[in-house]
Design a protein. Structure first.
Length: 256
């Protein structure tokens, strides 16, 4: 699973956080923020944490609210098209931009299009049909509760150009730091498959744990395994997905 960071001040995102987030979630990086009446986004498939640091340096001193996303592939191909954020609505068609970032095991959506991620399919087949005719559902408490109930402990971060607001579904499932930075989780920064990061002290530590023979990882079986996981309890999901991620990390060659 991935990591979302929502910050009210882009300059508060530390380089150590960027490095640890990449080492544990290296399949893609994206940002979203507001500029005038549009949502601006940029996505890359980084080869190293330096790629992200260099990209983010362009935005850091803007000192504006921003969403950041590091991807760990569980469904779909690892490419720029599957990186977050995803466009839910756009100004040309719907009169406003709404973009989405997701963190979680697997969204409740049909997987129809080849090589696409569950987030891509959830936007295409679930969110966009619901919000196209009534974008303000995004702020309806009953709608938010329905979405939260359907996605379990997954987290969603929306950015709307019309209201100029970020909206978080299942915000309480993440962690709010003292500087008002919100993390969708902390386990992806300290799970022993990359440099651990302590967001309180802004320090890195090398706590990489060996996990047997990486040859037992079977990428072709990932989707089926995750499909079975969604029927388990939430604790079982997180334990199992964490195990899958660690195996997958080893199959990529370990710490990069």
């Amino acid at each position: 699973m991935c990591l979302i960071v929502k910050t009210n001040d882009s300059s508060s995102v530390k380089e150590n956080l960027i490095k640890s987030a990449y080492e544990n979630n290296s399949d893609g990086f994206g940002i979203m923020y507001l500029k005038k009446d549009r949502v601006v986004t940029q996505k890359i498939v980084p080869k190293s944490s330096k790629d992200i640091v260099q990209l983010f340096d362009q935005y850091k001193e803007m000192k504006i609210p921003m969403g950041l996303h590091w991807r760990f592939t569980t469904t779909g191909s690892s490419n720029k098209g599957n990186c977050h954020p995803f466009s839910v609505l756009n100004t040309e068609t719907h009169g406003r931009d709404v973009f989405l970032m997701h963190n979680g095991a697997k969204l409740p959506t049909p997987m129809i299009d080849k090589d696409k991620s569950d987030t891509h399919q959830y936007v295409k087949y679930v969110l966009r049909p619901m919000l196209s005719n009534n974008p303000d559902l995004l702020y309806n408490a009953d709608w938010q509760e329905m979405i939260a109930d359907s996605i379990g402990s997954d987290k969603l971060l929306f950015l709307d150009s019309k209201t100029k607001k970020f909206t978080i579904i299942n915000e309480d499932e993440g962690e709010l730091l003292e500087n008002d930075m919100w993390l969708s989780n902390t386990y992806s920064l300290s799970r022993g498959v990359g440099m651990d990061y302590d967001p309180v002290t802004d320090t890195l530590s090398n706590n990489i744990m060996p996990y047997g023979n990486s040859s037992i990882w079977n990428p072709s079986g990932t989707s089926d395994m995750l499909h079975d996981l969604v029927y388990a309890t939430q604790d079982e999901i997180y334990d199992s997905v964490s195990e899958l991620e660690q195996l997958k990390f080893n199959s990529k060659g370990g710490n990069k």
